[in-house]
Ligand binder design. Structure first.
Ligand SMILES: Nc1ncnc2c1ncn2[C@@H]1O[C@H](COP(=O)(O)OP(=O)(O)O)[C@@H](O)[C@H]1O
Ligand SMILES: [Mg+2]
Length: 338
């Protein structure tokens, strides 16, 4: 099978990706202390990633590895140093606001801070229609009511303010606002992690139902592996601004190839269901992105690193149905990377 630069073998149906991230780099300039010198912090290091129409691709990794920066870059909210984000064949920066809004929408983590507290739920969900001057007020109202029904919000909250709603209802409103433009791709950045466990499952199931009903494609950022198991078709594992492994959900979860993925999975086995991973239980702290290790960026914490790993960055290779960045990952299913 032909290798793509991005995230795995070409799918059997040969479908073009709906969204491609191609060799994206993003560096922040960070000042240490009030009078400290500015230093570069490389948050995204040559990221390539494909989203295929209709799939849920989960993006997982420890806090600080760059998941939100990547999500923001994909939405055109964060400028990159180099590389490109291509939506349906067009670079995102070349898409005018309306086609962009019809193409891609975000759902953020915290429904408490992402909704304007001074607007009613009806106004909040209608906002994208108002911004893009779509329809008359009556038509907008009809669309909002229809959307509220789709996301499971009772009509009586149309004139309520966010603080009169439960956390789950607020997130339903945020989902309604994201979907009112009928986008093709939705970027969900930890959309349930601020919610009670009992409400999380309802929202996840709602997102899955909406995917089927509205023909959506999701990039789903999470650091909760039970969420990955529930939602994802494919999984991309991020470490220190890089995708280190990407493949079908079952391969990545049950036959992880990269030592980092393996550590994540092992740590997830030892916690109770519904809890978040991960403290992957690796030696050493999550490294400082302002001071990247040489060679493979995971080598200081890797139990199987050798001289080559310290000196040379590994190139992504296809192993089984996954793309893996590791000198020591084994090609055969029978061989373990232990
Ligand atoms: N606006 C910013 N300015 C400076 N550094 C940032 C900014 N946003 C994120 N970072 C840094 O980039 C790295 C990745 O952050 P982030 O994308 O938020 O990770 P995640 O979402 O995986 O927790 C972190 O080291 C973080 O401190
Ligand atoms: Mg984040």
């Amino acid at each position: 099978m032909e290798a793509r630069v991005a995230t795995g073998p070409v799918p059997a149906d040969g479908k073009e990706p709906i969204l491609s991230v191609e060799q994206v780099n993003c560096t922040f300039s960070v000042r240490r202390g009030l009078f400290g010198k500015r230093k570069p912090l490389k948050a995204l290091n040559n990221i390539s990633l494909d989203l295929r129409k209709g799939e849920v691709l989960a993006l997982v990794g420890e806090s600080g590895c760059g998941k939100s920066t990547l999500s923001r870059t994909i939405m055109g909210l964060q400028e990159s140093d180099s590389g490109s984000v291509i939506l349906n064949g067009q670079r995102i920066e070349n898409l005018p606001p309306l086609p962009r809004a019809r193409m891609i929408q975000p759902i953020f983590q915290d429904p408490y801070s992402s909704l304007n507290p001074r607007k009613t739920i009806g106004e909040i969900i209608a906002k994208p229609l108002a911004v893009h001057s779509i329809g008359t007020r009556q038509e907008q109202r009809a669309q909002v009511e229809q959307m509220m029904e789709l996301v499971g919000l009772p009509r009586r909250v149309f004139n309520s303010f966010p603080d009169q709603l439960s956390g789950g209802q607020r997130q339903r409103a945020a989902i309604g606002r994201a979907l009112i433009m009928r986008p093709e791709v939705v970027i969900c950045d930890e959309p349930t992690s601020a919610l009670d466990v009992s409400v999380q499952a309802q929202i996840l199931n709602l997102l899955l139902d909406l995917r089927d009903e509205l023909d959506l494609t999701y990039l789903f950022v999470t650091h909760n592996l039970s969420v990955v198991r529930h939602m994802a078709d494919r999984v991309a594992v991020m470490y220190l601004g890089e995708i280190v492994e990407c493949g079908d959900r079952d391969s990545v979860l049950s036959r992880p190839r990269h030592p980092y993925t393996k550590a994540l999975m092992d740590s997830a086995l030892s916690i109770s269901p519904g809890r978040e991973i991960p403290d992957p239980g690796l030696d050493g702290e999550f490294p400082n992105p302002m001071n990247r290790p040489s060679g493979c960026s995971f080598h200081p914490r890797c139990p199987i690193a050798e001289a080559q790993c310290r000196e040379q960055a590994p190139r992504p290779e296809i192993i089984g149905s996954s793309l893996v960045k590791c000198w020591k990952a084994q090609p055969s299913d029978n061989q373990s990377i232990n």
